[in-house]
Design a protein around this ligand. Structure first.
Ligand SMILES: [Zn+2]
Ligand SMILES: [Zn+2]
Length: 171
């Protein structure tokens, strides 16, 4: 995709000498990056600096992802912008050992797309709470217990646990 060319850095220029830098400041939609997820609600901002070492390139910076999700207890709509720190190493295939978790430099090219994609997927809001002490909703009547209350008897439990209670009483 031509639009993603800004996220591909020529490593030959960068590896001419250690300490050379290339800065990438780019905004792109998540779907252009190959991440289609309704929790990402706007463009992703990529602000990364590639710095050459002797035979590797370190990519460091921040990726910002606007997101929305629901509190898993009370289902309130939540949104925010995740600020994701990126710190990755790129190495040529020749320098790469079997245990290295570096990204490959292929055809003299540092492709930032797979690294950015990986970080986005890891940071997708999962299991979020509106606040740590969210009281959730009543499982019986559905009232939001953060803002209201009800008289439901929520002590009714699964019958399967009753046998365990009997065992404990015998002790
Ligand atoms: Zn909540
Ligand atoms: Zn209730």
């Amino acid at each position: 995709m031509a639009r993603l060319q800004a996220l591909r850095i020529n490593s030959r220029e960068l590896l001419r000498e250690p300490g050379l830098q290339k800065h990438v400041d780019f905004t792109v939609s998540a779907s252009d990056l190959g991440v289609d997820d309704e929790r990402i609600v706007g463009d992703v901002s990529i602000d990364l600096t590639a710095t050459s070492g002797v035979d590797s390139v370190v990519v460091h910076g921040t990726v910002r992802m606007p997101w929305k999700a629901q509190c898993r207890r009370c289902l309130t709509d939540l949104d925010g912008t995740a600020s994701i720190e990126v710190d990755e190493v790129y190495q040529t295939a020749a320098e790469m050992g079997p245990d290295d978790d570096a990204f490959p430099i292929e055809s003299d090219q540092i492709d930032l797309v797979p690294a950015v994609r990986e970080h986005l997927l890891l940071e997708l809001p999962d299991d979020v709470l509106c606040r740590e002490a969210c009281a959730g909703i009543c499982p019986v009547c559905g009232v939001d217990l953060n803002t209201g209350s009800c008289d439901c008897d929520t002590s009714v439990r699964d019958e399967r646990w009753a046998a365990l209670d009997d065992l404990r009483l015998d002790d």
